[in-house]
Design a protein around this ligand. Structure first.
Ligand code: TYM
Length: 342
């Protein structure tokens, strides 16, 4: 049966890209699917994290999920390190995946920079842990932003290679002809790739040194409005057709953000704003952003005042996640030929 899984790293400021590219879709999928949403703290430490900051960020991502409308009772919200199956399965996948596959990942190349030899081994193996996250639940659908597409292709490769390498044993243990499903990425909507507000050719990211490059979920109304006012644009009026956004990355980005926040399409935004100047469009976008994000930021701040409550949500979610993942891992152990306690 269909099952949704996705993860968000607690490694910095949650921003509009995370919200529109991922979290909005997490919320929508709850209507139609069983969903598991994970705060991937083990992925976060592939680059150095200050321990006290990390704990705070884990709670903050959890608060963002709940404040955005994810229901941790009907669905499952937890942090990765509480369910040891993720680490166990990742090890098996480290032995299925090839080093060459990892070396080709663009996120690894970006994050490792020039000094690849000095990156953590975890950063190289990152996609293998990600495959374990998804396949520990035999998830069939994974909503993400465009930047995770390559990782999800690798998840499919790992599932396929496991199914092939162990096909005889899988059948012998009564699991049929495939143990893991081949996961579908869900990369949908007008905001699969939100760009920096300072440079329309760079992705909006948690790690950009300029805070003016992104809108954080915790920004207050003044900060949101100011960042949009200062966003880089060109000098022309908005076009009236989507085609006219070609070669205008900043304009394209702001129109896409408007469409995603309003739940419409870029063309519908241009039907209203085509021919108008940014001096008119930006205040409208600012107002829309404040009305959508303001209440979420406020609810996050309220939830963060009670860390005990957040920790209880994570603990309950982890117990329910474990109940799904443990039998999957037991099956993997049997298939691989490990001997386990019954
Ligand atoms: P992370 O934490 O970098 O980002 C969380 C989600 O936000 C999306 N996203 C964006 N979408 C549109 N525009 C942007 N500028 C933008 N920036 C980020 C990401 O695509 C992602 O969906 N490796 C993952 C976390 C992960 C995961 C998983 C995801 C770990 N295990 C299993 C799915 C399934 C990551 O680093 O996301």
């Amino acid at each position: 049966q269909p099952r949704v899984f996705s993860g968000v790293q607690p490694s910095g400021n949650l921003h509009l890209g995370n919200y529109l590219g991922a979290i909005v879709n997490f919320v929508a999928l709850q209507e139609s699917h069983d969903c598991i949403y994970c705060v991937v703290d083990m992925h976060a430490i592939t680059v150095w994290q200050d321990p006290r900051e990390l704990s705070r960020q884990i709670r903050e991502v959890t608060a963002a999920f709940v404040a955005s409308g994810i229901d941790p009772v009907k669905h499952i919200v937890f942090n990765q390190s509480q369910v040891s199956v993720h680490a166990e399965l990742a090890w098996v996948f480290n032995c299925v995946a090839r080093i060459g596959w990892m070396n080709r990942m663009t996120q690894f190349k970006d994050k490792a920079g020039k000094d690849k030899e000095n990156a953590s081994l975890g950063l190289l193996a990152y996609p293998s842990l990600m495959a374990a996250d998804i396949l520990a639940y035999k998830a069939t659908h994974v909503p993400v932003g465009e930047d995770q597409k390559q990782h999800l292709e690798l998840t499919r490769d790992i599932a396929q290679k496991f199914n092939n390498d162990f096909s005889e044993s899988i059948a012998a243990h009564g699991f049929g002809d495939a143990y893991f499903p081949i996961t579908e990425p869900l990369i949908t909507g007008p905001a699969t790739r939100i760009m920096s507000l300072r440079d329309g050719t760079k992705k909006m990211s948690k790690s950009d040194p300029s805070d003016y490059s992104r809108i954080n979920l915790t920004d207050d109304a003044d900060a949101i409005a100011q960042k949009i006012r200062k966003a880089k644009t060109d000098a022309d009026a908005l076009p009236s057709e989507v085609d006219g956004l070609k070669g205008r990355p900043e304009a394209d980005n702001l129109v896409g953000i408007y469409a995603a926040l309003a739940g419409t399409t870029k063309q519908q935004v241009l039907d209203t704003f085509g021919g108008r100047q940014f001096s008119e469009f930006k205040p409208a976008l600012g107002e829309l952003a404040v009305s959508r994000l303001g209440p979420i930021g406020e609810e996050m701040r309220r939830l963060m005042q009670d860390p005990g409550h957040i920790d209880a949500i994570l603990a309950a979610g982890a117990a329910r996640a474990e109940a799904i993942a443990r039998p999957v891992m037991d099956g993997v152990k049997d298939v691989v030929g490990f001997i386990r306690r019954n």
